[in-house]
Design a protein around this ligand. Sequence first.
Ligand code: 0A1
Ligand code: ZN
Length: 879
Amino acid sequence: MKQNEAGDVIYRKNYTAYPWNVKHLDLHFDIGAETTTVHAQMEFQQKNDDHGPQDIVLNGSDLQLVSLKLNDRILGKDDYIVDGEQLTIRDAPAKSVLKTEVLIHPAANTALEGLYLSGEFLLTQCEAQGFRKITWFPDRPDVMTTYRVTLEADKSEFPVLLSNGNETNRGDLPDQRHWVSWEDPFPKPAYLFALVAGDLALVQDHFTTRSGRVVTLKIYVEAENLDRCEHAMESLINAMRWDEDRFDLEYDLDVYHIIATNDFNMGAMENKSLNIFNSKYVLARPDTATDVDYQGIEGVIGHEYFHNWTGNRVTCQDWFQLTLKEGLTVFRDEEFSADMQSRAVKRIQVIRDLRIRQFPEDDGPMAHPIRPDQYVEINNFYTATVYQKGAAIIRMYHTLLGESGFQKGMKLYFARHDGQAVSCDDFLAAMEDANNTSLERFARWYSQSGTPQVTVTDHYDATARTYTLTLEQSTPRTSDQLEKQPLVLPFELALLTAAGDELPLQLEGEAGNAATSRLLIVEDARQEYIFTNIPEAPVPSLFRDFSAPVKIYYDYSKQQLATLIKHDSDAYVRWDAAQRMSANAILEQCQRRADGLVMQLDADLVEAFRGVLSDQQADPALLAEAITLPDEDYLADQMKVVDVDGIHAARLFIRKGLAVGLETLFADHYAGLNDGAAYQKSALAMARRSLKNICLSYLLETESGEALATSQIQFSDNMTDTLAAIRGLIFIDSTQADTALSDFERKWIDDTLVMDKWFIMQAIKPGLNTVNKVRDLMQHPAFSIKNPNKVRALIGVFAMLNPTGFHAADGSGYKFHADRVIELDPINPQIAARMAAAFNRWKRYDEGRKVLMKAELQRISSVAMLSGDVTEIVAKALR
Ligand code: 0A1
Ligand code: ZN
């Protein structure tokens, strides 16, 4: 039974320290897939010695208790109380040794939390509260202790036995059995515990740290995947070197393990020295993984590695502080990727992701500050807000303090808190103290939810040669918070002449400041800047590099956008200007369509795109970003009431218009980029593929596209090109699409990761028939509702990335999806809750759709025994 089954709300303000230190934990596992026996021995010592006998409270879930001993006395039913997930031992002496024995059942564990079976091997997932499914323990991050773990199992079934830290001993036992023991010298919270047992193959390398420690790097995978580990290993080595170079942080043990599993609820997990990864973020070969997959692997390998300091050495006091480790670690992995690839392209991808995923969260029923004040189910708070907005807020510290000030803060943070479980306040204090500054106002970013809106207005005075820029910020009320305050916004600004030159920025009353790009700090609700010696009405280049995570409103003319697209030296501003121009054009046509008028192509947009495409100097990856039209979701976000079909039709119309108007340019680019050269992994080769494939997607709107795509499939030596071409054919409903899909299926039928792509391609196809296709595909032998990657690929993609399918006006998409949530809930509540969130924004649609979605939400909420996970999401959506 879940502690929060009753829907109990847990409040941040109620935090109290655990009254005991756990000096050490000894674990012994007798491993079996059906039943595993867990013996635990823990040494408790009261924090406050003169307290006298005191209760010990432990957490456990789905455990079959065999025995409980306190100081070698067997406890009877009267010596302890079990209430839901809590076990209380009454009046334990100040020094107490507790021994427990429990049975658990990994093969029956479909929630993939605790100890579970994946294929033929066993593994664990303990964050956030999975350790309680393994044994009774104070399962909270502020209880840290050292672990000694012995694993015992059948030798042929489970030849590999791994846990955290260093292997200390091993031996054979009668009946073809063996044992291995592990010791982790670093005290850690239970959520970082891990074990793996099974028959896994190994790829090994090493890394020598700056101070000379030789670290053995081991990637364990199922044998057939041995030839897909090279990129992950290279990424790991790059991450280790990068963290030394940029953050002065070294690895602290002699071994680092990565295990790849096909059955995982999330991306990966940073267990101390024993990372467990969704195989999607480890396995890659050019013919099985796309460039986006390669970049994802690099980023996630980096992310988990960087957690060793930001998360493991210094961890969270309680789960409300999750962003302390996640926001900071995402910031670090973003910087790593930026340093490895193209900084500008990475930045644009991060910004797009924040806008598409996090801004809507702020605007929906799950709105919460990066440090939430309350939750029902912590697993529902591994959100874009905690992760991506959290990282954006860390980035603002970096912008305000500069690289060296930020690093000074990091140094102090580690000096003060290494080995501790701390709070976001501690991080902020380290940044303040190291830089001798106050961040009191900045701290509001931790407690206030919602996306600030900044309205910018300006006035040019030709006689006085002054330019006045006024910023007004306000944050709309959110579902969790009515009152909002102004926030500190780093505001990076430049002013461009019509010819595209940057002007020196001198504020009124200032003595000669010649900088042409400046960081201003906005603190108040309304702030005015007067610039002097401005020779002409300038084009403002606002929030360069997206210096604050806000929505920016400024009434740009087409002319001004064209200037920015053409000349701005800031890649984000250039990209954003192109996005604005495209979004305006699409939304305008959407309106015309709604008004019953014929849609018209905007000639200025065609000319702007022509300019972009004609730039011979441009980085191909940036060019690809610039000509990618805004996503339907982003466009939907700009409308009061979402017009699903209108957006889709208008976006298609514009795409087609651009394709026809600029066909020669697209074709020239395509021909130049489609040079027949063999696959390469370099950043440049990836950039060229991305531009080539976006050009192909436009060409598919013209006569020539189908033949190009078909031949691209035929000659492709990599998954990026293959997939882009097949997706393109599916999208235009080409007769070639079915052949391409069945060839693909035949080739990859036994490859679970590649088959995910096959499901995705079909689930994402716009239109009303897709729901039936998706339903049929659930019967495909490669599909399993128990596998989260499959659920995400087919069901998740349909609900979240296929607006015209999911939002079919007859409600068929909604009904199908609600049925899936209900089906998934008893199997895997975490995944069911993620899926249920597809309904979160139901209030933004027209009456008809609102009624239909609400009814499905009510149907889900009325299911008996619904998990706490789904209950929280659905209840909030209905409120
Ligand atoms: N800490 C991991 C994310 C993670 C969270 C929960 C999990 O299981 C419920 C698994 C992984 C990270 O940030 O990578
Ligand atoms: Zn993380």
